[in-house]
Ligand binder design. Structure first.
Ligand code: MIG
Length: 848
C-alpha cells in the first residue's frame, strides 16, 4: 500500500521557508503553513551516558543521584503507572497544566538492590534500573520486558533538549500522538512533531497540525503500554523512523518528565492516562446531534438553511455563527444583522441550538471595552522588552490575552454574557495556536512572554498550552453564567488534558478523497489520546466536494463523535457549491437524510457510548485494535472503525468505488446490519456498496438501544426504548439515563438499568433490573427487537400472556404485545418498563 510519509514534510519544514502570509492559497503541500525549522539532537550529546551514584528510597519510589549533577525521581503513582523525572541540578519535579490528578496514593512496592541494578516492584509491574550506564526497564509481573531504554543513547539532555531513547523492534505498533496526518493508523516509521499550527488546507504528509498531545501507546506481543511525555515545548517523536531498533522523543526545551503506564489492555492504558489528565464531562445531548456551519453564511443564510432543514425534515440540532456575526471581528460583540432579536427568536422557535465562534485576538482599538479593560489591567502577552505584543489577525492589529494568568481566564469567562444573553449554547474557539498573520511562521515570535515573575514563560514554552488555557477560560464562562447547564466548548487547539474542557475539530481539512480517508486514522488516534469528542468538517472545509464525495462523507459523518458540516467561504472556492445535504440533488439529499436519521435513531446508544467515554476514557470512534488487540490483523486497519462497543463501520472512502473488502476481527460473529447475513470473525469479506450503502456490521450478542427519530434532540419524549438485538447466546446492556442537559446527575438524578437477553434451549428470556433509580424517566416500555429469529409460539411474563399484533407501529404503542415480521425474520416484543418478571419467548421448533 502506498504510504505517504510525514517525513516528506519534515524535510520541507527544515529546509523550506515556511509561508508566513495568510494562507488563502489553493491546496498545495508547499503552501501549508508550518512552524520554524525542527531542532535535531546532536549525536555526540546523546551518546554520553549517565551513571547512578547514589540511591534514596522515597515513600513511592526512589531518588537517584546521577552523574553530571543530575537527579532522577522514579515514583510509582499506582501499581501500573510510574512517573520518571530526570532533572538538572536545582530543578524541581513538575506537572504541566495537562495533569488533572496529582495526588496518587503510593502503592505497595518492594525495593531491592544488587550490584548494578535497583529493582522496584508492585503487584503489576517491575522496574529495573541499571546503574551503569543508567537505564530503565519496565517488566510485567511474569517478567516480560514491556519497554526499555535503548542503552546506547539512554536518556538525558542535549543542552536544553530533554530526550529519551527506547528500544523497539519491527513488531511493535504505535498509536495515539493526538492529531496526526497520514493515511495509516499505526505510526511506526513516522517523524512526528508537536507544535500547534494553523495548517490551512493541510495534506496527509503535513507534519504540524493544530493540536499537540505528547502521548502514545506501544503495542507488542498483544500487550500495550503508554508513555506521556509531559513537556509543553515543541516536541518530536521519531518512531523507528531511523532504525527498527529504537525510537526516541525529545523537546526543544523544558524538563525530562514522562509517565509510563502499563495495560496490558489498551483500554486500561487509556483509563490510566485519562485518570491522570482528566476525562471528558458527560456531554449535553443536543451537542451529539448534527451541526451545520459555513464561513460567511449571512444572517439570512443562517435563517434559510435552518428553515430548510425543518421543511425537509432532516434532523439538525445546531446552527453555527462564524466570525461575521461580530462587529468587525471585535470579540464579544454582535454585528446588527446577526444579533437581531428576530433572527434569534426564529432559531429558538424552531428549537435550534446556537454556537458562536470566538477568536482570542482582541482588536487594538481604544474605546473598545475589551481593549480598554485588557490594557488597563495588563492582560496581554508581552514582547521581551515588556511592551504589549501586537499582531495582525482578523480585526487587524490585535492584542493577545495572556491565558496563563488565572485572572485573565476569569475576565475572559466573564465576557461571555454577551453571547449567552442571545441564547448561545456553545462556544467554538478558533485561531488559538495562536495564529498571527504577520508573525514569523504564522504565530508570535518565540520570545514573546506570558505570566510574570516566577511564573513567566516564553511563547516557545507556552505555545502548545494557549488553546488549552483558552478552553479552560471558556469552560469557566459556563460555570459562571450557566451553572447547571453542561458546557459545550469546541476548540481547534489542544494540549494533553484539554478533553476536560472541550471537544476537538480537526481544523481546515480539504474536500479531497484523501481527507475523508485520513479522518479515520486521525480521529481514532485522537480517541486513543484521551479525546473522545472529535470530528472533521463533513464534506471538507477548503474546496468543495462533488455529489459523490459528499454522499460518502455524510455516511461517515453521521458516525463521527462530533458531527458537523462546515465549509469555507465562497471567496476561496473555485466552485460556489453549497454544502448542505440538499445541495447535491435528490439522491444525495436522500442519502444524507437516511444516515442523519440513523444517527438520531441511535442517539440512546451514542449517548451511552459518551457516558462510557466520560467514565473510562473509552473512545467513541475506535480503531479496531482498541477492542481486538489479540488480533494482529487489526493493527493497521485504517479504513474501518468501531462506532462504540457494537457497531463496525466500513465506509467507502475512494472515488468511484462501489465495493470493498472488509476485515472482520477474530473472536466474534458479525452480522451485516442491512441483510442479517452472518459471518465468522477472522476473515476478510467482500461487499457491494453502491452510493447509498454504508457497510455496517454488528457484533453478535449485542443490544443496541435506539429510539424514534426526532428532528432535534428533545423534540419528543422517549417513551419507548428499542433494543436492536443480535442474539447468539446472551446479550446484555447496562443502560444509563439522565436529563442529558444539566448537572443534576451529580446529585444522583440518573438511572442505570441492566438488561439481559438469554437463549435457553427453545426459548429466550428477557430481564431488566434497576440498579440505580434516581431519575424520573419518560420510558414507558421497551421494545425488544430480536433480529434473525423464528416465529414465536407464545410470549409471557409470569402469568400474563402477550398478545400478537399486526405491525411494528402497533407493537411499539401497545404494552405486552408482539409482532413477528416474517420477511426479515424479526420479532418485536413490547415489555412494560415496570415489568419485574422474566419475559419468556417460546419458539415452535429449534433455532433455525
Ligand atoms: O483564518 O472563522 O478553522 O473553521 O470557518 C480562518 C473563519 C479562520 C478558520 C477555521 C474555520 C473558520 C475560519 N477560521
Amino acid at each position: 500500500m502506498h504510504k505517504p510519509s510525514k517525513n516528506v514534510s519534515r524535510l520541507i519544514a527544515t529546509t523550506a521557508i515556511a509561508a508566513t502570509v495568510f494562507s488563502a492559497q489553493a491546496p498545495n503541500v508547499l503552501a501549508v503553513t508550518q512552524p520554524h525549522p525542527d531542532k535535531e539532537l546532536s549525536q555526540e550529546a546523546v551518546q554520553e551516558q549517565l551513571v547512578v551514584e547514589d540511591v534514596k528510597q522515597l515513600d513511592n519510589g526512589v531518588m537517584l543521584d546521577l552523574s553530571s549533577d543530575q537527579q532522577a525521581f522514579i515514583r510509582l503513582f499506582s501499581e501500573d503507572m510510574a512517573k520518571v523525572s530526570i532533572l538538572k541540578e536545582g530543578e524541581e519535579e513538575y506537572f504541566s497544566e495537562a495533569i488533572k490528578k496529582k495526588d496518587w496514593a503510593a502503592p505497595e512496592f518492594d525495593l531491592s538492590q544488587a550490584d548494578n541494578e535497583i529493582t522496584l516492584s508492585t503487584k503489576e509491574i517491575t522496574i529495573k534500573i541499571k546503574k551503569e550506564p543508567f537505564g530503565i526497564k519496565f517488566l510485567d509481573k511474569e517478567g516480560n520486558v514491556i519497554n526499555e531504554d535503548y542503552m546506547q543513547n539512554g536518556a538525558g539532555y542535549d543542552g536544553e533538549k530533554p530526550y529519551v531513547y527506547k528500544k523497539t523492534d519491527k513488531d511493535e505498533a504505535f498509536y495515539g500522538f493526538g492529531e496526526q496526518g497520514g493515511l495509516e493508523l499505526n505510526q511506526r516509521g513516522e517523524s512526528i512533531g508537536m507544535f500547534n499550527t494553523d495548517a490551512y488546507a493541510y495534506q496527509p504528509d503535513t507534519k504540524y497540525l493544530y493540536t499537540s498531545i505528547p502521548f502514545f501507546m506501544g503495542l507488542k506481543d498483544e500487550k500495550a503500554y503508554g508513555i506521556f511525555f509531559d513537556n509543553t515545548n515543541r516536541s518530536y517523536f521519531e518512531m523507528a523512523s531511523e532504525s527498527d531498533d529504537y525510537y526516541y522523543f525529545y523537546a526543544d526545551d523544558g524538563k525530562l518528565n514522562y509517565y509510563f503506564m502499563y495495560g496490558p489492555e489498551i483500554e486500561d492504558v487509556l483509563d490510566q492516562y485519562t485518570e491522570l489528565t482528566g476525562k471528558m464531562d458527560k456531554p449535553a445531548k443536543w451537542s451529539l446531534g448534527l451541526h451545520q456551519s459555513k464561513w460567511e453564511y449571512t444572517a439570512e443564510d443562517i435563517e434559510r438553511v435552518a428553515e430548510t432543514y425543518r421543511e425537509k425534515e432532516i434532523p439538525l440540532d445546531t446552527m453555527h455563527f462564524d466570525i461575521d456575526y461580530m462587529d468587525e471581528y471585535r470579540v464579544f460583540t454582535w454585528a446588527d444583522k446577526f444579533g437581531s432579536e428576530a433572527l434569534h427568536q426564529k432559531l429558538d422557535n424552531m428549537n435550534f441550538h446556537k454556537i458562536t465562534i470566538n477568536d482570542p485576538a482582541v482588536k487594538k482599538d481604544p474605546g473598545y471595552f475589551m481593549y480598554d479593560e485588557g490594557t488597563a489591567n495588563d492582560y496581554w502577552a508581552k514582547n521581551p522588552d515588556g511592551t504589549n505584543f501586537v499582531g495582525e489577525v482578523w480585526p487587524g492589529d490585535s492584542m493577545f490575552p495572556d491565558f496563563s494568568k488565572e485572572e485573565v481566564r476569569e475576565w475572559w469567562a466573564s465576557k461571555h454574557d454577551v453571547l449567552f444573553d442571545k441564547g448561545i449554547d456553545g462556544v467554538w474557539n478558533d485561531m488559538n495556536e495562536p495564529a498571527v498573520f504577520d508573525g514569523p511562521y504564522h504565530t508570535m515570535p518565540l520570545d514573546v512572554t506570558f505570566g510574570e515573575d516566577e511564573n513567566q514563560r516564553s511563547h516557545a514554552e507556552y505555545h502548545n498550552l494557549y488553546g488549552h488555557d483558552e478552553a479552560e477560560a471558556t469552560y469557566k464562562a459556563f460555570e459562571m453564567y450557566k451553572p447547571n447547564t453542561r458546557p459545550f466548548v469546541l476548540t481547534r487547539d489542544m494540549f494533553a488534558g484539554s478533553q476536560r474542557y472541550a471537544a476537538l475539530w480537526t481544523g481546515d481539512n480539504v474536500s479531497e478523497w484523501d481527507h475523508l480517508q485520513m479522518s479515520i486514522p486521525m480521529n481514532t488516534n485522537i480517541g486513543l489520546s484521551g479525546v473522545p469528542f472529535v470530528g472533521n468538517d463533513i464534506g471538507g472545509f477548503a474546496g468543495r466536494p462533488d455529489a459523490e464525495m459528499f454522499a460518502r462523507w455524510i455516511e461517515v459523518g453521521a458516525f463521527l463523535p462530533f458531527s458537523r458540516i462546515h465549509y469555507d467561504s465562497d471567496k476561496k472556492a473555485a466552485v460556489k457549491q453549497g454544502q448542505e445535504p440538499w445541495s447535491f440533488g435528490e439522491e444525495v439529499e436522500d442519502i444524507s437524510k437516511k444516515y442523519i436519521e440513523m444517527r438520531y435513531k441511535l442517539m440512546p446508544y451514542l449517548y451511552n457510548t459518551f457516558i462510557e467515554a466520560s467514565e473510562d476514557g473509552t473512545p467513541v470512534q475506535q480503531p479496531l485494535v482498541y477492542q481486538f488487540q489479540e488480533d494482529e490483523n487489526t493493527y493497521n486497519i485504517s479504513d474501518q472503525f468501531m462506532f462504540g462497543e457494537s457497531m463496525m463501520i466500513a465506509p467507502v472512502i475512494k472515488e468511484g468505488q462501489t465495493e470493498r473488502d472488509v476485515y472482520l476481527p477474530e473472536g466474534e460473529t458479525w452480522v451485516d446490519y442491512w441483510t442479517g447475513e452472518e459471518f465468522k470473525g477472522g476473515q476478510t469479506i467482500h461487499t457491494e456498496a453502491e452510493l447509498s450503502h454504508l457497510p455496517i456490521y454488528v457484533k453478535k450478542d449485542s443490544m443496541i438501544p435506539t429510539r424514534e427519530v426526532q428532528q432535534y434532540t428533545g423534540e419528543k419524549p422517549m417513551e419507548n426504548l428499542v433494543f436492536d438485538t443480535y442474539l447468539e447466546e446472551e446479550a446484555t446492556y447496562s443502560f444509563y439515563e439522565d436529563d442529558g442537559a444539566t448537572l443534576d446527575h451529580k446529585d444522583g438524578e440518573y438511572n442505570i438499568t441492566n438488561f439481559k437477553v438469554e437463549r435457553k434451549g427453545k426459548h429466550i428470556e428477557f430481564t431488566n433490573k434497576n440498579e440505580v433509580t434516581g431519575y424520573d424517566t419518560e420510558i414507558e416500555s421497551y421494545t425488544l427487537k430480536l433480529n434473525g429469529e423464528n416465529a414465536p409460539k407464545k410470549i409471557k411474563a409470569a402469568r400474563s400472556k402477550y398478545k400478537e399484533v399486526d405491525s411494528i407501529k402497533e407493537v411499539k404503542e401497545n404494552q405486552e404485545t408482539y409482532f413477528y415480521n416474517e420477511e426479515d425474520e424479526t420479532l418485536y416484543v413490547n415489555v412494560p418498563a415496570d415489568e419485574d418478571k422474566k419475559v419468556k419467548i417460546q419458539f415452535k421448533g429449534k433455532k433455525k
